[in-house]
Design a protein around this ligand. Structure first.
Ligand code: UD1
Ligand code: UDP
Length: 386
């Protein structure tokens, strides 16, 4: 008789959690010791579905919790309430969560309430400032308290965990699973048919030319709650300045679906001739676009990790980062949210070929693309598999 498989419950709610857990879910599915149940809280609805679709993952359980205008309190309360019956029915040997979202924190707390061990992927990131990013920095600290197994992406993240008093025997440095996901998609994009497909898609759907020799693209994303209000407004004005200083540039900004982002960005930048405000992209075209961009301006966590792999200088529109490795490797820079500083730095970089080349050398400070395999191997050992 076949040995009983170990059931693990992977809980995910937002776009980055789907992208970063996809390689772990694939690894668990391919391992003979595990049965993995994927539970989507759907803290994000459309953006989660888009990300899951890239990896052909259909949740086994979909809690469908997203509500327009939700605050972290609403999400946390809904996740706690909805997960208890799931945990009681499924009785998993462990719950796997990723990152620092409200889904990850609330799922870990729900698991703790049912005395189910928690494995935390991307553990140990810190800025040291409890309000930046908000509320993620505190979610991370709470997750560290709640988790039993800590998968740190880098040696720096491991040090942060040890400094919090976590037992070194419960910490593994694995690399960040985002590099695994990115490499998978890069592989798909190498097919000439994929290149033709996405060139055509951007031309047809977004009126954007990405052929070699086309005007340079600056890829922008921004969605952090602590930037809402004046910082987001200043960043938009910087983008407008850049667009007007060099009309050849194409500034492409896939807008997050949060109305707190869309309304101010549209009202400040809509109608600017060389700025394209577009919808969130599926993961494959997003990677394609990033790979063809000249540089990236963002406040996103995942994009800070991906851009260096693609050899794209990344200017981070924040005053801190929990991902100092990219800055340390000379591939990323913190430019804050001051209008003049952002615009000046972009223009400097575009007109300094030597400085640009230094930042554009491909590097992978966050992982080697084999993080998921390490995580699955540890789970197999610790949960009693082979
Ligand atoms: C969340 C995470 C943040 C992560 C980000 C990734 C928390 C507290 N924040 O922030 O750490 O960086 O996701 O993008 O967990 N919306 C839609 N459709 C979607 C997604 C969002 O309409 O598919 C709109 C809804 O109006 C929703 C709002 O965006 O209420 C905010 O979503 P929410 O998940 O609460 O916060 P994010 O700012 O996306
Ligand atoms: N991403 C995407 N489509 C987009 C914008 C981003 O697929 O239009 C991907 C991006 O490559 C990265 C992840 O989404 O892997 C980052 O998500 P987000 O910036 O929303 O969250 P964060 O990483 O800041 O938590």
């Amino acid at each position: 008789m076949a040995a009983r498989r170990i059931k693990v419950l992977a809980v995910l709610g937002t776009r980055p959690e789907a992208i970063k857990l996809a390689p772990v879910i694939a690894g668990l599915r391919a391992h003979p010791s595990f049965r993995v149940c994927v539970c989507a809280t759907a803290q994000h609805r459309q953006m989660l579905d888009q990300a899951l679709d890239a990896f052909a993952i259909t949740p086994d359980i979909d809690l469908d919790l997203m509500r327009a205008g939700q605050e972290p309190d609403d999400v946390a309360a809904a996740v706690l309430r909805a997960l208890r019956p799931v945990l009681q029915a499924e009785k998993p040997r462990a719950v796997i969560v990723q990152g620092d979202t409200t889904t990850a924190f609330a799922a870990a707390l729900a698991a703790f309430h049912q005395r189910v061990p928690v494995a935390h992927v991307e553990a140990g990131l810190r800025t040291g400032d409890r309000y930046f990013p908000f509320p993620e920095e505190i979610n991370r600290r709470l997750l560290t308290t709640l988790a039993d197994l800590h998968f740190a992406p880098t040696a720096g993240a491991r040090r942060n965990l040890l400094a919090c008093g976590v037992d070194a025997r419960a910490v593994w440095v694995t690399g960040n699973t985002v590099v695994d996901a990115l490499r998978l998609v890069q592989g798909r994009l190498r097919a000439p048919a994929a290149r033709r497909r996405w060139l055509d898609y951007f031309r047809r759907v977004w009126d954007l030319e990405l052929e070699d020799g086309a005007p340079p693209v600056i890829l922008v994303t921004g969605h952090r709650r602590e930037s809402f209000g004046p910082p987001l407004r200043r960043a938009c004005l910087a983008l407008r300045d850049i667009a007007r200083l060099d009309r050849r540039l194409r500034i492409v900004y896939p807008l997050h679906l949060n109305p707190g982002v869309r309304q101010p960005v549209r009202s400040l930048l809509g109608g600017e001739e060389n700025i394209r405000l577009i919808e969130p992209l599926a993961y494959e075209p997003f990677v394609f676009l990033m790979a063809r961009a000249r540089l990236v301006l963002t406040d996103s966590g995942g994009i800070q990790e991906e851009a260096p792999v693609l050899g794209k200088p990344v200017l981070v529109m924040r005053r801190e980062t929990e991902r100092p490795e990219g800055v340390g490797a000379g591939r990323a820079e913190l430019v804050g949210t001051e209008r003049r500083v952002i615009a000046r730095r972009v223009m400097e970089l575009l007109s300094d070929p030597a400085g640009y080349r230094r930042m554009a050398r491909p590097a992978s400070p966050y992982g080697d693309g084999r993080a998921a395999g390490r995580i699955v191997a540890v789970l197999a050992r610790r949960l009693g598999g082979t």
